[in-house]
Design a protein around this ligand. Structure first.
Ligand SMILES: [Zn+2]
Length: 136
């Protein structure tokens, strides 16, 4: 039994050492890469957890916990926020014009009414004139 499993292990290792194609070699490298990353991560996390445990056991009136953050998603969120800020008042198609009380396509806001005195909602004719349609 022991002998047999040793042979199987030997075969497996031989197979990993000699890939039959570049694709297979790449797949093996990727697999190894994932293994190494998982190992690195687990080692680093254990170190962190141990340090936190040690700290918390000191009972200094404050305890810390380890929380994972998705770095990629966080970056995306920051970029999105910047983009949204740029076009916040006129860029949102769901935003109702405070003067008309309805949204248009393309969207507009109170600034479009600057020339009016007194300010009033755009009529159907004015919307057409400005190349806008009521959105709802
Ligand atoms: Zn309006």
């Amino acid at each position: 039994m022991r002998y047999r499993s040793k042979i199987n292990l030997g075969l497996k290792m031989a197979r990993q050492r000699k890939p039959s194609s570049p694709q297979e070699e790449l797949a093996q490298l990727e697999e190894r890469r994932q293994e190494l990353i998982a190992q690195l991560r687990s080692d680093a996390e254990n170190t962190l957890k141990q340090a936190l445990d040690d700290f918390n056991k000191l009972d200094l009136g404050v305890a810390y916990e380890l929380r994972a953050r998705d770095r990629v998603r966080e970056k995306g969120r920051v970029q999105k926020r910047v983009v949204a800020k740029k076009g916040s008042s006129a860029g949102n198609p769901d935003r109702l014009c405070p003067i008309c009380g309805f949204a248009t396509i393309p969207p507009h806001d109170g600034r479009a009414h600057r020339s009016q005195s007194p300010k009033r909602p755009f009529s159907a004719g004015e919307l057409t004139e400005r190349g806008m349609n009521a959105a709802s």
